[in-house]
Design a protein around this ligand. Structure first.
Ligand code: ARG
Length: 451
């Protein structure tokens, strides 16, 4: 009877829809059933309810699960609606399920339980993307390409080196998600409304039944803390930012003809018949906006909330769920685009030396021969200016005259012609940069072997 009165009291009113989270709670429907079951088992083990009552409740929960979230009605949220559905099935004893807990510790447990699975999916997606990058890198350890800073040709590198740079960032993205998982995987159950309970509950037991690593000790913290959401969303936003950079690079490379996207990851224009556009990567790039928006929305929701539970929290976790959905999708698309794209090796090799990108290598060569690097830099800069004025490439002869201008000596006093020719050659320039983590084939191969 009491339950009916309570339900009626809050069943009407113009703010009813505004208050209710039932529709969005579909995401935590299964989690709530798991949390209910663990709690009921613990209550029976602690002899707070009888085994018989626990059995009735567990049977009813199985039936509620079969009926599905869509069958729920009434109640402000999934927690109330499931409780009502249990009571509808077995009568007032169903109300014993809510002994020694509150919706506050209950919802916190549900969010953590669900987010665990979501974070694992996100982690798997980052691993798949990293694998796609590594596989593509392994095929292109000696494929030359121009490397850029400020989007200007800077030094020739290999495609393998470029791809492994993102593989490296993404391994940190994965690690951040794993850290977030670790702090998500703690049990708030037993915190009750925020102030604990007089019942002799076993918090370690519900934590263990639900697979949580440990209990969040302080009951106020347990029921109301949402920093785990902030951490997870931040990790997702950071990964989305990584993806946006990768997507941007691919969009630019597609524009230059360096890379051909598979048709599966391209779009056509509805009017221009010749177009093949990198829309999937542009959308991937845009997901950073979604993820960062969700992070900002979440942090702004959490900012300044006093202890303990406040209803604002009902609008907190949806930010994280939206972020994880958007980022998982984008990350999977990026992996597909990378693994199906082809690199135009000939064009890339032609472009690798463009813009006198071997200049640094020449300066390195002179410095290795004993010139102070700053002086070597000056010589090569002068030759580069001269070449630009004359609209030619940089040659050994130009470098020699620049050396005369700067030092009053011949270039060939320091290095022989063959060494200069080698340094001017993009392929040999790349192979010479075999320092740990460098672009030379051998260096990239050893990075891949250690990945
Ligand atoms: N649906 C709520 C939420 O998501 C949980 C209910 C707690 N409500 C309350 N008035 N204490 O946060």
């Amino acid at each position: 009877e009491e339950t009916v009165v309570r339900r009626d009291r809050f069943s009407g009113g113009p703010a009813r829809e505004f208050l209710s989270s039932l529709a969005g709670d579909e995401r935590i429907f299964t989690a709530d059933l798991a949390v209910d079951r663990a709690h009921v088992v613990m209550l029976a083990e602690q002899e707070i309810i009888s085994d018989e009552e626990a059995g009735w409740i567990l049977d009813a929960l199985a039936d509620v699960e079969n009926a599905g979230h869509g069958d729920l009605s009434g109640g402000e949220d999934v927690h109330e609606a499931i409780e009502s559905a249990v009571i509808d099935r077995i009568g007032p004893d169903g109300g014993k399920m809510h002994t020694a807990r509150s919706r506050n510790d209950e919802v916190a447990a549900c969010i953590r339980y669900r987010l665990r699975a979501d974070l694992l999916e996100a982690i798997e997606t980052t691993l798949a993307l990293r694998e796609a990058l590594i596989d593509a890198a392994a095929e292109h350890t000696d494929t030359l390409m121009p490397g850029y800073t400020h989007l200007q040709p800077a030094q020739p590198i290999t495609v393998g080196h470029f791809l492994m740079s993102y593989a490296s960032t993404i391994s940190r993205d994965t690690a951040r998600l794993l850290d977030a998982y670790d702090r998500t995987n703690e049990s708030p159950l037993g915190g009750a409304a925020f102030a604990g309970t007089p019942f002799d509950i076993d918090r370690e037991r519900t934590a263990a039944l639900l697979g949580f690593d440990r209990v969040v000790d302080n009951s106020m913290d347990a029921s109301s803390a949402r920093d785990f959401l902030a951490e997870a969303t931040a990790a997702l936003a950071i990964h989305a930012t990584t993806l946006s950079g990768l997507a941007e690079d691919i969009v630019i490379f597609a524009n230059k003809g360096y890379i051909d996207l598979s048709d599966d990851y391209s779009s056509t224009s509805s009017i221009m018949p010749q177009k093949k556009n990198p829309d999937t990567l542009e959308l991937t790039r845009a997901v950073a906006g979604d993820a960062t928006g969700e992070l900002t929305g979440l942090l702004t929701t959490l900012k300044g909330l006093p202890q303990a539970y406040n209803r604002d929290l009902q609008r907190a976790h949806p930010h994280t769920f939206r972020a994880v959905d958007a980022v998982v999708e984008a990350s999977a698309v990026a992996a597909g685009a990378v693994s199906t794209a082809s690199w135009n090796e000939k064009l890339l090799a032609d472009e690798a030396g463009a813009g006198f990108s071997t200049a640094t290598g020449i300066a390195d060569l002179l410095a290795m021969a004993g010139l102070p690097f700053r002086t070597a830099h000056e010589v090569v800069a002068l030759a580069a200016e001269e070449a630009e004025d004359r609209d030619t490439g940089v040659s050994a002869a130009l470098l020699d005259s620049a050396t005369e201008d700067v030092l009053g000596e011949s270039l060939f006093k320091y290095v022989d012609e063959q060494a200069v020719a080698a340094a001017l050659d993009p392929a040999q320039s790349v192979e010479s940069r075999d320092s740990q983590g460098g672009p030379a084939t051998a260096a990239v191969e050893s990075t891949i072997a250690g990945a």
